[in-house]
Design a binder for this molecule. Structure first.
Ligand code: G6P
Length: 617
């Protein structure tokens, strides 16, 4: 949610900032801007709209150059998308520029106080208030030397602020200084040679450096071209650890694919292999994980698991509930992360909170994690982004190793989550009652998944045909029961996210208790009906839709000879173990949503109103 990039070095900052913003666009894309210190003067260029049509076009007409600068790509919170509300924002003197992710909650009060002192604001944003506050403290510190003066002004301003922030600040008095700070919004220092970076996301700097420091909450960093210093607003010393960024810059590039989403759909065989790599213990008929930081005895003593997540990750959590309850006989409750921590949900002793997050930065999910930790519960995480806040704050965790996911609609991260949850269920199950035989069936089933996904991807042309047939529908249902019920929810979410067609995911069984009233010949239903233990019941539900003349696209298992005559169109899945159908059934639904969105001319990678990583509550 909003992306930040900052550069200090000897090169021209502008192309580095613009390229960084290009890689950050998936974090927000309603406007973009940069501030560059050009000949001792702060030059700001910012524009509503997507990067190329907005900022890049503006820079062509009004170029800027200089070796210090900050940039921002925005997802609006305070104030609608507009040129004025775009970042960077300046302070009253025009000497200080700031980019900001997050929300300043007490901004109205601060703004009133500053206005009473004569400050004049030109935008509706909370960020401009923070810029003015920093500027005010900077003026008050005229006696302090250079960089120290700016850093202290930032610290003093942040002490007055309630809310969340990841910021980068520059000042026209200081041609070799950037100050960054974080609370609740990620910020990373990229360490180069004779140059340094600040960014909200390693993607933006990985082409320049592999050395990075992931800042912690309340850290304030002073970054020059040769060095960086970190202090912490809440502690005597800051914990600074230099990490290596492991992925390649081209992992985050689109290559020959027309969209990141399609690229990431096609990366799923490899992503599943990466999620499985080294984790199958065939001899012990179990799975193994390096980072859970819990002994077998401690895991054995877990009495209950609460899984907290949002969006697509929440759908993965629902599949996790089915998996862990069946294979490990452990009670699982799935919570929207925000509902969980805002309502003070009771947690029994011996309950572990498991949080699932692709980005590891979702504010709601972090809120759940911190609430459970505050209450003394152990928290485990499943994350994709290495070094993310969730991964660092959890007591133990499992990385997906799916590689950077750039498309806003989550695809490969989702199937990776399902793979890891399957492994985790086997691991927990084998400590309890899961037989060697059943565990091996699941593990072998998992090993076959990458090839099976490939066979589904080979059906893209047929799925596209189907998508074109239904692309003009105004409403859709996605229905299923059992293990694939959460996939019906996910299929509906994918479609609405990127094609803006109204789609409802529902339990096929629950349908008859109300929503069936909406079925008519213009409302197609995607029915997930694999050959599993629910098959007959789901088929009976399917017949109810058919009887009301609702068009039906079935997702069924190869060899099912009854299905074709019961519906309008069929997509066939290879046969697998019942708990693994969610992974396979997801693939055609991703392709279906993608092809419909493309057919409707939607911007698949940057759907309206959405952001990939939502770092505000
Ligand atoms: C946002 C995205 C969703 C994503 C959700 C959770 O809402 O638009 O696609 O599923 O956040 O993200 P996370 O990074 O925590 O998995």
């Amino acid at each position: 949610m909003c992306g930040i990039i900052g550069y200090v070095g000897r090169k021209d900052a502008c192309p580095i900032l613009v390229e960084g913003l290009r890689r950050l666009q998936y974090r927000g894309y309603d406007s973009a801007g940069i501030a560059v210190l050009d000949g001792g003067k702060l030059e700001v260029r910012k524009k509503k709209g997507k990067l190329d049509e907005g900022l890049v076009a503006l820079l062509r007409a009004q170029p800027v150059a200089g070796p210090l600068g900050i940039g921002h790509t925005r997802w609006a919170t305070h104030g609608p998308p507009s040129d004025e509300n775009s970042h960077p924002h300046l302070d009253q003197s025009g000497k200080i520029a700031i980019v900001h992710n997050g929300v300043i909650e007490n901004c109205d009060r601060l703004k009133r106080a500053l206005a009473a002192e004569g400050h004049v604001f030109v935008s509706a944003t909370d960020t401009e208030v923070l810029a003015h506050l920093i500027g005010k403290h900077y003026e008050a510190k005229a006696a302090s030397p250079g960089a120290e003066r700016l850093t202290q002004a930032v610290c003093d301003a942040l002490r007055e602020v309630i809310g969340t922030y990841g910021i980068a600040v520059i000042c026209s008095d200081l041609p070799d200084v950037m100050v960054g700070a974080r609370r609740g919004s990620p910020l990373i220092i990229g360490i180069g040679e004779g140059e340094n970076f600040l960014t909200s996301d390693a993607n933006a700097i990985v082409a320049h450096t592999r050395q990075a420091v992931f800042l912690n909450d309340y850290d304030v960093a002073t970054v020059t071209r040769e060095r960086f210093d970190v202090q912490n607003l809440g502690a005597d010393t800051a914990q600074v650890q230099i990490s290596r960024l492991e992925f390649e810059a081209q992992d985050a590039e689109r290559g020959a694919y027309p969209h990141f989403m399609l690229k990431e759909i096609f990366e799923q065989p490899r992503a599943v292999e990466n999620a499985l790599r080294g984790r199958i213990d065939a001899e012990g008929a179990t799975a193994r994980f390096g980072g859970l930081n819990m002994s077998a005895g401690e895991l054995r003593d877990v009495e209950r698991i609460v899984i907290a997540a949002t969006g697509t990750s929440w759908h993965a959590a629902l599949v996790g509930e089915y998996l862990i309850e069946e294979l490990a006989h452990l009670p699982v409750e799935v919570e929207f992360a925000h509902e969980f921590y805002n309502r003070n949900a009771p947690l029994q002793r011996d309950t572990v909170l498991l949080v699932i997050s692709q980005s590891g930065e979702t504010a709601d999910t972090l809120g759940a994690l911190r609430e459970a930790k505050r209450r003394g519960h152990r928290v485990l995480s499943i994350c994709n982004v290495v070094g993310s806040t969730v991964a660092r704050e959890a007591d133990g965790g499992i990385y997906m190793h799916a590689g950077p996911e750039i498309g806003v609609a989550s695809t490969k991260a989702f199937t990776s989550m399902l793979v890891i949850l399957s492994l985790l269920a086997v691991h927990l199950g084998r400590m309890r009652m899961l037989s060697v035989h059943r565990a091996l069936e699941i593990l072998r089933g998992l090993e076959a998944i990458p090839k099976q996904i490939e066979s589904l991807l080979a059906q893209t042309a047929a799925i596209k045909k189907l998508a074109l047939k239904y692309a003009q529908a105004r409403d859709f249902f996605f229905l299923s029961r059992g293990y694939t019920y959460p996939i019906a929810l996910e299929g509906a979410l994918k479609l609405k996210e990127i094609s803006y067609i109204h789609a409802e995911g529902y339990s096929a069984a629950e349908m008859k208790h109300g929503p069936i009233a909406l079925i008519d010949p213009a409302t197609p239903t995607v029915f997930l009906v694999p050959k599993d233990s629910m098959y007959e019941k789901t088929m009976a539900n399917l017949a109810m839709i058919r009887a009301r003349k609702g068009p039906i696209i079935a997702v069924a298992t190869e060899g099912d000879t009854d299905i074709a005559s019961a519906c309008d169109d069929v997509i066939y899945l290879p046969a697998t173990q019942e708990p693994l159908y969610p992974i396979l059934a997801t693939i055609p639904l991703q392709l279906f949503a993608y092809e419909i969105a493309v057919a409707r001319g939607c911007d698949v990678d940057k759907p309206r109103n959405l952001a990939k990583s939502v770092t505000v509550e």
